[in-house]
Design a binder for this molecule. Sequence first.
Ligand code: 13P
Ligand code: SF4
Length: 329
Amino acid sequence: MTAQPSSSLAGIDLRDEIERLRRERKAVILAHYYQKPELQDLADFVGDSLELSRKAAASEAQVIAFCGVRFMAETAKILSPEKIVVLPDVNAGCSLEDSCPPEKFAAFRAAHPDHIALTYINCSTEVKALSDIIVTSSSAETILAQIPREQKIIFGPDRHLGGYLSRKFDREMLLWPGVCIVHEAFSETELLKLRARHPDAPIAAHPECPPAILDHADYVGSTSGILKFATAMPGDTLIVATEPHIIHQMSRAMPAKTFIGAPGADGNCNCNICPYMALNTLEKLYLALRDLTPRVEIEEGLRRKAKASLDRMLEMAAGTVGKGDLGAR
Ligand code: 13P
Ligand code: SF4
């Protein structure tokens, strides 16, 4: 990825300038639900990982400004190589990607030649290229259901999502030992104290949470699945066990309902804010659109290999029409 120059932004109306550049560059701005509210609010589309990859593949824009993390921007470039893809902060990574270096993953695969690799989209392009089928949290169940039971599977890099699927499908998989540092930080003790104060509020959790949290959840699903659950639930209060910036969309869509972020170990910390997503800012988005950098570039041979496993996901998940859903528990 190319680096980004520093610049003085004094006196600039960032929102006006972003608007002008969006038009001039024929750009589309995509944002994940974990982005800061000001970025969500000016995006052309806000969604979960599956929806965002579909948008990137279908977009007619010349430039995609991706307000998310690196693996998401790389996915956009893999699916739309003719477009310029920029990521406002080049350092917006992911602990799951970091947990799975390609050389180690290749060695693990080589040690289990009779297994296919079903791999969570939160990984590098190199690991996607080493995989057979990519999944997101909203497509994983639909895809796993299509793989014959006798087929042995390596699932990486998120051991909590893999463990959840394994329990739900009663199916053994070899799990890569990666975790999301954000979802790992929720505290079961504090969650139970919170629930005691709101006994009628259901808990919705992302499957990146550890089993001790998922065991208390009334609903487990992707970010878009949690949003749909919030819309459909009969009550007026929901405890949300995922990155808290998703609450911005919930409160916008359902101002009369109350959404409470699940707590970390001290009962009231910021440890559930994704530090990688938080690197993107309005200023950096402006600079990325102005300078068309940091730009995602992927070597063509590698891109084609990674695209094959992403294409398999998009084909196998075709029926997953934004269900965003691993299913209610
Ligand atoms: P989804 O938005 O696909 O549920 O994934 C969440 C995530 O891991 C983002 O990092
Ligand atoms: Fe990665 Fe977790 Fe941040 Fe998602 S929330 S980008 S999985 S570190």
